[in-house]
Structure formats: C-alpha cells, structure tokens
Design a protein around this ligand. Structure first.
Ligand code: NAD
Length: 484
C-alpha cells in the first residue's frame, strides 16, 4: 500500500508569533515535514511575523536551528531543509502598532491562497484582525487560524468570537484543537461510521459506560502562572476531552462535511446534563522526593487550582440516557496516555457452569503515545480442564495490516494546517461549539468556587486522588489502568 500525498494549492502563510515557542516547536517543523512529503508546493511561502527585530536571513537561521532540535529524523535531509528554508521570510510587525504592516502587504501575493496563523496571545487577536483589514492584507478569501485558549469562560469566548466576526466570516475562521488532528481521532469516525459492526451496539442498550482518560506525566513547571489561572477543567476538559466526547457520542452526520459534523457535535454538548458536585473530583499533586508540589510549581502556596479532574457526566438524549461518561485528566500521573474506552454491558446470562467472573467487551481506543485500538473479547482458555473463560485483547494496532503505512508520522499540527490550506473546517471548532462548551463548563467552575472546594492531594506517579477511584467504585465500576 502506498500512502497518497495530494499536494495542496500554492499558498502564502503568515505566522504571527513566528518566533514563539509554538511556531518553533510545532508549526514550522510540521510544515517542513509536509514540504518533504511533497504536500506543500515549492512555490509556497511562509512568512514569520513577530515583534522581534530581525531580517529574513536571521529568521531562516532561527528556524534551521528549531528544525534541527524539534524536526526529528527528517531534519537530517540537508537538501530538503535548504529548499524549505529558502521559502521562509520574516517581517517585524507589532500587532499594536503601525510598524511592519506595509512590508507585510507588499510581501503577500494575492493570487494564491492566503492564511494567517495567530500564534500569539488571544488578547492580540482583535488588533491583528483589525490591522489585517485596515492595511488591506486580508480579504473575504483569507483564512485565519487561532490557537487555544479560546476564552476562559463563556463571556470571554463570546467576546473573542465577536472580535473575529467583525473582520472574518465563520467559514474563514479555523479554531485549532490539535486533538482533532490526531490520526486516531479521525479513525474514530471511520470506525463508527464505516463499519456495520459497532454502530448498532453504540447506545444505552449495549454500552455500560464510557471512559475518557488523558493522563500526563509532566507537571506544570514552566507554565505555572498560566496554568494556575486555568486548571485542568479549562485547560483540557472544556476543549480536548469535550471534543473526544462529542466524536464518541454524536449521531452519524448525513454527510462528512464540516457543518454536518459540527452540527452533530454541538447537539451532544447541548444535551450534556449539569453535574452533581459529588460527581466531580479535583486534585493537586503533592511534592515527591526530588519533585516540587503543584503549589510550588505554580508558585502559589494557596492555590486551589486543580492539576487533576475526574467527573461523571450524562448526555440526555435517546441514544445515551442513563450511560455515564467518566472523564479524567491530570498532570504528574503514572503514565502519558490518552485513551477512550467503550465498556459494553455484561452478557445477559452465562451458560458456562462455574464461570462467575464478569466478562465485558471493551473497545479501547488509544490516541497516544501509540495510536491504535483493542477490542477485549472473551474466549475459552486454551488447553484441557473444561470451559474456563478468559478475556483477551484483540489488538487492532494497525501495524500488521498496514505495514509501514501505519507509521504515519504526520503530526496533528501539520495535518490541520494542510486542512486550512484546503479550506476544510471539519476538524476545527465552530464558534457556537466553543460557546456551548463554555456554557456547560462555567457553572461547574462557579459551583466549586462558591463551595470553596479544596482539591484532594495525590501522589506523583499515581492515578490521581483516591476519591476519583471511589467515584467509580461506588457504582461497581473501575477505571482502566493508566499505562503506556
Ligand atoms: P511565545 O510567548 O513563545 O511567543 C509569542 C510570540 O508572539 C512571539 O513570536 C512574539 O514576538 C509574538 N508577539 C508578542 N507580542 C506581539 C505583538 N504585540 N505584535 C506581534 N507579535 C507579538 O508564545 P507561544 O508559546 O508560542 O504561544 C503562542 C500562542 O499559542 C498562545 O496563545 C498560546 O496560548 C498558544 N499555544 C501555545 C502552545 C505551546 O505549546 N507553546 C500550545 C497551545 C497553544
């Protein structure tokens, strides 16, 4: 099987914040890989635009170093790197001032696709959008890419949407949630809607519950100040986990296009029930031998911000009524893993004498570190000695079937940027989706603030606070193990 790379049309991509951490670590190494794969045409140009004084030559050097550091094995392709670097330009631009905008205007070609990546603090989105228009750089055909965080509550998200809407139509705005660019996330839709096998069982008649886990081993060191103002709910649940929940729970869209998919996701968010406070567990990691506590990392000895959260929610519609969705995410946990597990109900009656163990089919979908799926099935334990049953995972990691093609190294960012150039918004969040997610999240946060809820401490390298275990235990269920 040969992977097909379909080149996109020629483009000029301006990266505001082109000297920042995200641009150097993710965006430019990703674009370099797309260039090497043949997807980014040679005539295309990438224009870094940021506050720092620098010329294009200086920028090329900066990005050469960034790709050497973050570009992986591909960075060894010296010829490829030289050609890619030639396509880079730089303009010193101040989002809040007049400097640089004329140079930017003169550099842009208006007869190719234009995209503007706002890889800067959201407080600058309005200035950038306004100056792109007043300097006649952006028009009705331009696309604009915006990074998370998209607001910190419903009010700020609405304000950001309104700011962007002054200058761009919704079909020009690409709100990035890099989780949606992951191969397995898209595969989730292929598995659900491309097979007969799963969809008939995908409802409250057959599914006992669903677990979504996004566990990290890192702490918040380095971005403590930002994180302490956000917490796991705002930083992870409102966006990434919510998107995964939507893809797992949504109805089949009539067609696979941006608005049909996003309409279905929106219905899921709107059907989410308010959560009983007993169904939310917030945690903070304690200090370990050589590793500071959350409060030390956040440099806030009185912080009540959560570095871990587990919650149980329900979706009030015909398909899912009564099925708990358990979500958890946290820092400094046992392993780095993201997994969705669909746990099916017990069989109605066992015909095997002496088999008292509970057997449950589980479809586990791993998003990272290794993307793949396993279906837990019950079989006869091999060998003599009667009908003893065991549960084994049917491994559907795609390496065997797909060979080298399974190892698609395309990173979420590069996939999403290519979608921007293609004009495909399916994997980007629409404004109303983001607002609906905040509308559900805000009262939960307000609730624990009003209750003065104190996060439970948990050990570094654990699976989170004991209370999170108990939350499932009380309902005769169990979290899946956090492991790579
Ligand atoms: P950063 O601080 O490393 O870089 C900020 C960039 O913005 C720099 O290039 C700087 O020159 C530019 N800038 C600042 N003020 C400016 C102005 N007035 N005019 C023009 N340019 C200006 O930030 P970052 O980590 O690269 O993050 C950029 C955005 O992406 C932020 O909104 C952040 O929340 C978001 N984000 C970052 C990451 C990440 O891993 N770094 C992940 C997700 C989202």
């Amino acid at each position: 099987m040969v992977s097909r790379v379909i080149p996109v049309e020629e483009f000029d991509l301006v990266i505001f914040g082109g000297t920042g951490d995200l641009a150097r670590r993710k965006i430019l190494p990703g674009l370099f890989r797309r260039f090497l794969s043949g997807q980014m045409p040679e005539g295309s140009r990438i224009i870094g635009a940021a506050r720092g004084e620098m010329d294009s030559e200086g920028y090329r050097e900066m990005i050469r170093e960034a790709i050497a550091e973050f570009g992986g094995d591909e960075a060894k392709d010296k010829d490829g790197l030289a050609k890619f670097i030639d396509q880079l330009h730089y303009v010193t631009v101040d989002a809040k001032g007049d400097g640089g905008w004329k140079e930017l205007h003169d550099l842009i070609r208006f007869d190719v696709i234009n995209a503007f990546y706002f890889s800067v603090a959201p407080s600058l989105f309005g200035d950038l959008a306004q100056r792109l228009h007043s300097n006649k750089i952006a028009d009705r055909k331009s696309r604009v890419v915006v990074e998370k965080p998209f607001g910190r509550d419903l009010e700020t998200a609405k304000a950001l949407n309104a700011t962007l809407a002054k200058h761009f139509k919704e079909d020009q705005i690409y709100r990035i949630d890099h989780y949606l660019g992951k191969e397995t996330v898209q595969n989730l839709m292929a598995v659900r809607f491309g097979n007969m096998l799963f969809e008939p069982l995908w409802n409250n008649h057959y599914v006992d519950h669903i677990q979504i886990t996004v566990a990290e081993t890192v702490g918040v060191g380095g971005r403590g100040a930002y994180y302490d103002n956000a917490g796991a709910m705002r930083d992870m649940v409102q966006n990434h986990l919510m998107q995964l929940l939507c893809l797992i729970a949504m109805e089949p869209p009539a067609v696979f296009d941006a608005d049909a998919v996003r309409d279905e996701k929106l219905k899921v968010i709107r059907a989410l029930q308010p959560i009983d406070p007993h169904h939310i567990v917030r945690g903070q990691y304690e200090a370990a031998k050589k590793s500071p506590s959350y409060r030390e990392d956040a440099e806030n000895p009185k912080s009540f911000t959560e570095s871990f959260i587990a919650l149980r929610c329900e979706i009030a519609n015909w398909r899912w009524a009564g099925v708990p969705f358990y979500l958890r995410t946290g820092k400094k946990l046992r392993a780095r893993t993201s997994e969705i597990a669909v746990v099916f109900k017990d069989i109605g009656h066992s015909i095997f004498p002496g088999d008292e163990k509970r057997h449950r089919n589980i479809l586990a979908i791993q998003l990272q570190p290794n993307e793949g799926m396993q279906l837990q099935v019950t079989i006869k334990e091999p060998g003599p000695g009667g009908m003893r049953l065991i549960d084994v995972p049917l491994d559907m990691t795609f390496a065997d079937a797909l060979g080298p093609d399974a190892e698609d190294s395309t990173d979420a960012y590069e996939r999403l940027i290519m979608d921007v150039i293609r004009g495909n918004q399916t994997l980007f969040m629409r404004g109303d989706e983001v607002e609906a997610a905040w509308a559900w999240t805000d009262p939960l946060i307000e609730g624990w603030q009003e209750r003065n809820d104190v996060p439970k401490l948990y050990e570094q390298g654990s699976a989170g606070p004991e209370d999170a275990m108990m939350m499932l235990h009380r309902e005769d269920r169990k979290w899946r193990e956090i492991k790579e």
